[in-house]
Unconditional design. Structure first.
Ligand code: HMG
Length: 396
């Protein structure tokens, strides 16, 4: 295999995700808030959101997402594990080290955690691609795992969710070959943030929407200035989807920046295949755009050989636009049934049960604490002892 970075094709060889065992429907939420359910279903484009059990966290979700990738491909040439999250569980130790242990990965692997709000998953992906371009024999496991939480009774409450995406980045990728031109856009803004002492995010909803849409313009102009494809070459775009209706607004904005206009119906048709998973899972922060890609690849749309765009946005804010080409034989690598089963298995809970879970907190003073088994997943948080999280594989 060549090691000239210009000649190596690099990208996503495998992609899968995991979400929680519970969900809250927006119908149930509307019964509590009194909002017309149409506001949720159509105004923000959400019908349900994933809610974690007490024994599910970013580590268990990421381990659940990554396990099928390791089972299919082995870990022989995995030299790096990058874990992106903005809902970290430790200020020092990378959450990926727990996943490394739960999956029984070999010791000769570097494990690092990355953060920049929802953009962290894309930072990890680009870093992974650079590593593989420098040594195409290596594989990189990229994990993006988050639990999105806002205050009860706040406008953000309807845009919570949780999931982890796992991707194997390799040379000659089976799913999507990523191109090198990218558009970047960073601006210091307080649209959404979570100080260390808070378990829920603070957000200026309106400012966050404006900042997100401005970043669509900013990244697109930079992408084009760096030799990126013209808009008409793109089959569709996977947007970061804190709620799926934003993808419609973003696509309209992108079209305008590219000097195009089309009808609302045409925009919906272009975007719809990317929204099906996020519509029922909700915001999964770093994982969100990769769930949009999973939904697109899993859809009936035939994408072989098509160029697709990616718009990644992380509040605060850092954004990136890049593109990839779908492998003509991508369908052989998909996991459609597993993805759909994973979503279908969730138990819908009452608003009261959701509220009780939302207010529950793990001890922060080192008191020994056991967590009962509730998850349907393959890994669980069993408790906390001496300030240390105890994780277990779940044996059926
Ligand atoms: P809100 O005040 O509850 O909702 O906040 P609204 O009044 O703005 O209504 C929402 C939409 O529903 C509007 O549509 C209404 O017209 C429509 P729009 O005018 O925008 O097209 N609507 C209806 N539609 C049909 N039938 C009805 C009806 N009623 C109203 N009866 C907001 C909504 C998204 C601001 C809030 O949920 C929030 O603050 N969410 C959190 C922030 C967020 O998601 N921001 C997105 C951009 S920032 C980002 O993506 C980064 C992030 O993921 C974090 C990170 O990077 O780490 C958040």
């Amino acid at each position: 295999m060549t090691s000239d970075p210009a000649e190596v094709t690099v990208g996503i060889h495998d992609l899968t995700f995991a979400t929680t065992s519970l969900c809250l429907t927006h119908e149930e939420l509307a019964r509590h808030t009194g909002a017309p359910v149409a506001k949720y279903h159509h105004g923000i484009g959400q019908t349900a959101m994933s809610i974690p059990t007490e024994d599910e966290d970013i580590v268990t979700l990421a381990a659940d997402a990554a396990a099928p990738i390791i089972e299919r491909h082995g870990s022989d040439r995995v030299r790096t594990l990058l874990f992106a999250t903005e809902t970290g569980i430790d200020q020092s130790k990378a959450a990926g080290v727990y996943v490394h242990s739960l999956l029984g990965l070999p010791p000769h692997i570097r494990v690092v955690e990355l953060k920049q709000a929802c953009y962290g998953g894309t930072a990890a992906l680009q870093l992974a691609c650079a590593l593989v371009r420098s040594d195409p024999t290596q594989k990189v496991l990229v994990l993006a795992s988050d639990i999105a939480r806002y205050d009860l009774d706040s406008p953000g409450e309807a845009t919570q969710g949780a999931a982890a995406a796992a991707m194997l980045i390799t040379a000659a990728p089976g799913l999507v070959e990523l191109s090198t031109p990218c558009g970047l856009f960073t601006r210091d803004i307080m649209d959404f943030w979570r100080p260390n002492y808070r378990t829920t995010a603070l957000v200026d909803g309106k400012a966050s929407l404006d900042a997100y849409l401005d970043a669509v313009d900013g990244t697109w102009l930079d992408y084009r200035a760096h030799g990126g494809l013209p808009f008409e070459k793109l089959r569709t775009v996977c947007y970061h989807q804190p709620f799926t209706r934003i993808a419609h607004k973003a696509h309209r904005r992108l079209e305008r920046a590219a000097g195009h206009t089309s009808t609302a119906r045409a925009i919906d048709a272009a975007i719809a295949p990317t929204t099906t998973y996020n519509q029922v899972i909700g915001n999964s922060y770093t994982a969100s755009m990769y769930l949009a890609l999973a939904a697109l690849l899993d859809s009936d749309t035939d994408l072989g050989g098509d160029d697709i765009g990616f718009f990644s946005y992380g509040s605060g804010s850092v954004a990136e636009f890049f593109t990839g080409t779908v492998n003509p034989t991508y369908r052989a690598h998909l996991r459609v049934d597993a993805h759909q089963a994973h979503i279908a298995r969730r138990t819908a809970i009452s608003y009261a049960a959701y509220r009780e879970l939302h207010t529950r907190a793990l001890p922060t003073d080192g008191t020994p604490h056991e967590v009962a088994r509730r998850t349907d997943g393959r890994h669980r948080l069993a408790g906390i002892r001496d300030h240390q999280r105890q994780y277990r594989a779940v044996h059926p």
